[in-house]
Design a protein around this ligand. Sequence first.
Ligand SMILES: [Zn+2]
Ligand SMILES: [Zn+2]
Length: 196
Amino acid sequence: MRYQLGFPAQVRILLLSIFLNISSLNQIYNHQLSSHLLFITMAKAPTKRIKKNAPPPEGYSKVEPALTKFQARLKIVQSSTSSSTKNKQQALWPIFQINHQISRYVYEMYYKRKVISKDLYDWLLLQPYTNGDLIAKWKKQGYEKLCCVQCIVAKDKNHKNSCVCRVPKSTLIKNEEDPQAVECITCGCKGCASTD
Ligand SMILES: [Zn+2]
Ligand SMILES: [Zn+2]
């Protein structure tokens, strides 16, 4: 006995032609959609890219005095670091701390005080004195006050998961630890939990 599998040839051709029509319609539709989307993104995308070595964008004079002061302090601590008798990491603490302050300043001028433009903010992020990685962390819940990025690097040589300075003071007290004794090994932070 012969069994006929599937549909008769004519039906199959009919179904195939319907399918092809639909898919070609879809193609046309998708093409129109993508060119439409392309048009929208082209219209909205910024045309200029901020370059590191370009002259500072407009509004730089608002932040220049503070940044100049920060950089002058940075130079002083950098030169005293080389002649320091403290242990190697502790000698670097002032550098980490000023780097934190500069980044905090840039972050607040853009996100909190809203006095600098996006162009200027992007340009400042490209400068060697601004720590963009640290700023990116401050935007995340629970990391608003993070002292340094090294602090939360998992499997860092100095601590297993995160640094002791990330532990809230209330937890330290509960565990009968001295909050005053807390120090981030990398930057000397005395506590940077969001709840502190
Ligand atoms: Zn910290
Ligand atoms: Zn730290």
